[in-house]
Design a protein around this ligand. Sequence first.
Ligand SMILES: Nc1ncnc2c1ncn2[C@@H]1O[C@H](COP(=O)(O)OP(=O)(O)OP(=O)(O)O)[C@@H](O)[C@H]1O
Length: 606
Amino acid sequence: MNTKLSSKRFSVGYESVNTNSSKINDSVTPITVTWENIEVKTRKKGKSLLNRVSGIAKPGEMVALMGTSGAGKTTLLNVLMDRNMKGLEKKGTVKVNGKAIGEKISLISGFAQQQEIFIPTLTVKEYLMIQAKLRMKANKSTRIERVDEIMDMLGLQKCRNSKIGNPGLVKGISGGEARRLTFACELLSNPSLLFADEPTSGLDSFMAATVVQIMRDLANSGRTLIAIIHQPTADLYFQFDKIIFLSLGRTAFMGTPEESIQFFSDCGHPIPKNFNPPEWIQEKLSVQPIEEIESYQRIMNIIQVFETTKFSKTSTIELQMIPSTKLPPFIENPGFFVETGALLKRASIDVIRSPAQMRMKLIQKIVMGLFIGSLYWQQPLDWRGVRNTNSALYFLIAELTFSTMFGIMTFMEHELPLIAREYHDGLFYVISYYVSRCLSYLPLFTFDGAIMVIISYWMIGLNNTLQQVLKSILIAVLVEQSATSCGLFLACLFETTSVAIAFAVPISGLFALLSELYGNTNNFPVYIQWMQWTSWFRYGFEGLVVNQWTKIDNPKFSNFFRDLILDQFSFKADNYPMDVIGLGSIVLFFYVAGYVALLVRIRMSR
Ligand SMILES: Nc1ncnc2c1ncn2[C@@H]1O[C@H](COP(=O)(O)OP(=O)(O)OP(=O)(O)O)[C@@H](O)[C@H]1O
């Protein structure tokens, strides 16, 4: 086992980070990853991204994938993890402990991605505890212990109660802490294999050194680490066990950092004194715009020398000799109820800690309730009053629809990358996420509408037996849920909120047209009439109108007048139950359709 460096204490600005390898000594199953003759081409144009690339990463090794921009590092990492291969054609084999396991590699490995995405409203500890619930099959005290241990190990104790935040939007933890939090999540399940995409990029030199030290400690404990590394300092470069230089989609070098110096000397590019070796090597492997032909010749020459040297030959022989050994157990899904519980807790904290959203929704509905109430204040029981009352009821339906539908659409765009990532890491089923998210939004998209209806109810002077009030609230809740579920469906279906809104505007406009307020649907052409049964405006408006006019405590008001009022809309006095069923069906339909759209989208995002 490699013990290149022992654990160290780095001073990082005002804070110090103790990276203590003794905490990472949990036993792990040794993992050897091999890749042989990998060729990747684009499906459409046949452009070659990787060409006969082979290599090996052994237990206890910290491997750096290096090369200039466009060399093929990300493509190789994606091939190894069997991710993001949309539109690409792959040949060659990737094996883990001698077995080709395809996308199941995600279930035995961690992947610290470059782009940190978390839930910004949660604290570091809360976030890790929920991750622990999703990633570990253990009881609560073991999970608490593990989270504590990992926070200790990665120097996160100081910011344990700080909100994660969102760079540029909400103040939160520092970039270095966010990077360590990414590692912390991946380490919860104690993986033997870890991939990292540019873990040091964007960090200052102290922080970069800390992150490399953490990786070093992990490798020293027997894990296999493969990371894309950009422009390391000489110090960091020599901490790696193996360096793989890619150029033009081919392997230009694979060996220890020390061997790389020797190799490039042998190729006729000795590294001058006082020069940072990785920088010098990358320069020799890059295509200079003003001397393209010479650059290509130089690079091809280096690649050819590498392919004929002992380094390349040794690895080819090594690849043939890897025996098939046991794999670590796959990360298991904790099960629907545990996942949904954990995700609901996370989503609910997020909703509660986004007071601006809650406050705005509530204020908006209170103001609208007061506005509608004032506008249609105490309508008399005459024809004008009847007309105004019906308009007020319609206005309530419209208000319950538009702000809700467009409000809910905005959340999906921000959250999907995190959900897709966690799903592909094997943390939960899509249905668990979907159910938890819908439940977390349920109060927010239910109470506000009911409050608006209650506020305006007595102000307008609607008929207010307890039964009528409750029936109106039920219709309001169902209408708001119809708009919520339809908005959710469109948000799941389309990649960006702007596209979803572009569809939502005409769709909601069409549903509004079929409400009966703008024309009696019985007089519409037969081939359009059926569409009224898909509109929650129609069911909602009928429900409120019927509920209002079927029971009036006034002897002058006979059933004849009631039927006259209802007839102008082609509404029927005993249709209330059908309206409730119609609204319930719309809600159910859109929630199911939203789930299917999300499932397809997340599955396709691998
Ligand atoms: N799906 C794709 N379709 C078409 N071309 C692609 C695709 N993925 C990558 N490429 C191209 O393949 C080449 C290698 O890309 P890759 O992202 O692997 O490079 P890289 O070494 O990781 O670069 P960087 O350091 O800039 O991230 C680039 O020219 C890139 O434009």
